[in-house]
Design a protein around this ligand. Structure first.
Ligand code: SF4
Ligand code: SF4
Ligand code: F3S
Length: 374
């Protein structure tokens, strides 16, 4: 990126230094697992004087996903979102209201046909002709069906838009439906989370702007760079899990010592997200639920968060010991630590919670046996 181009960015970013901006782009590239040099490509793409148009539709949602984006403590996130893209329609953030807002959406659609990014926040009510979410006198389902075919890319942000979320909770009175089910046959990127991590959203948008295609997705439409690993695989409390050291009640001695939160209902072992690696709501700073002492409740996982499973024990899908953390017992690195746990009575390669369950007198043996067999 040339210095002159950066002056444009600087006007937008309100004083962020060139160095910090390039550092930010490099971090974003690294977070997506892109090769060296991709940071410069991203920087180049977002300094294009013609800002890409974004239309943001809000359906049955709580505005938490928008708030999370705006309340990020890293200033470049909000500046990038509000200044480097052209946010042409957003019900919470747009200046125009009523007919003027609707006109802005139609104008952005027609002026940027096949190029704009459509972001959908919230689930889509389908019962009774969709009357449970009306915008400008129209059911949101009709607006979505009218806008989506003209978009270059469609992003469903948050667990409501990705899976149905809270509005779809039993008995689902409005027939709340995820965006991809309404737009069957059209590629939709899901960025689940309640709220979704702004970093995962922003990375997806930057990837699309830079490479003019969507990032690689998993079988549930989630970008693999963000949702490729279980939280449990990279959690900083994992050595405690492997060693059988658990908090049993909020505020107990083990909780204060920072032990594993599995027995408090942590859903990290069955939730795919990058929260432990990139933390939450910021790049390279801040914290995340487990880091603050609260169990992960699986907010980004389909059918895990907001259900009766909130306080139940997570299914252990991946009992392979972490290779990242080597010291399960202080002074006893790697395999030696595993041997100790095995010596304490744990069978086979299951050195994590199964061993811990025996050590701590925890039940659920049948469930874990099932998981081992999976
Ligand atoms: Fe709100 Fe959560 Fe739905 Fe986002 S996913 S709109 S934060 S309820
Ligand atoms: Fe971390 Fe939760 Fe796994 Fe414990 S159960 S290691 S707190 S993700
Ligand atoms: Fe959500 Fe769990 Fe991450 S609750 S923010 S997926 S740690």
């Amino acid at each position: 990126m040339k210095k002159n181009d950066f002056n444009l960015v600087k006007q937008h970013l309100g004083g962020v230094s060139r160095r910090d901006f390039l550092k930010f782009c490099t971090l974003m590239a690294a977070g997506m697992g892109l090769p060296l040099g991709a940071g410069a490509q991203i920087a180049e793409a977002v300094t294009n004087p013609r800002r890409p148009s974004v239309i943001w539709l809000s359906a049955q949602e709580c505005t938490g996903c928008t708030e999370s984006l705006l309340r990020s403590t890293h200033p470049t996130l909000e500046h990038l979102i509000l200044d480097l893209i052209s946010l042409d329609y957003h019900e919470t953030l747009s200046t125009p209201a009523g007919h003027m807002a609707e006109d802005a959406r139609l104008k952005a659609m027609n002026d940027n046909k096949g190029k704009f990014i459509l972001v959908v926040d919230g689930s889509i009510p389908t019962k009774d002709g969709g009357v449970y979410c009306m915008i400008g006198g129209k059911p949101v389902i009709d607006i979505l069906k009218e806008t989506a075919p003209m978009a270059g890319a469609i992003v469903a942000i948050g667990s409501c838009a990705s899976w149905g979320g809270i509005p779809a909770a039993d008995p689902n009175p409005t027939g709340a439906t995820p965006v991809h089910e309404i737009l069957k046959g059209t590629p939709v990127v899901n960025i689940p989370g309640c709220p979704a991590s702004p970093y995962n959203f922003l990375s997806t948008v930057l990837y699309y702007l830079t490479f003019k295609k969507l990032p690689e997705l998993d079988d549930q439409g989630r970008p693999k760079f963000a949702y490729g690993r279980l939280i449990h695989e990279n959690c900083e409390r994992r050595p405690h899990f492997d060693a059988g050291r658990f908090a049993v009640e909020f505020g107990d001695d083990n909780h204060r010592k920072g032990y594993c939160l599995y027995k408090l209902g942590c859903k990290g072992p069955e939730t795919y997200n990058n929260c432990p690696s990139i933390l939450y709501g910021d790049v390279g700073a801040g914290s995340w639920p487990v880091g603050t002492g609260h169990p992960c409740f699986g907010c980004s996982e389909k059918g895990v968060g907001f259900t009766e499973t909130l306080h139940s024990l997570a299914k252990l899908k991946n009992l392979t010991p972490s290779t990242f953390f080597t010291e399960a017992y202080p002074g006893t690195p790697g395999i030696a630590s595993k041997t100790k746990v095995l010596a304490a009575g744990t069978a086979g390669v299951v050195i994590g919670a199964a061993g811990a369950a025996m050590l701590m007198g925890m039940g659920k043996k049948d469930e874990q046996k099932e998981d081992k067999e999976e």
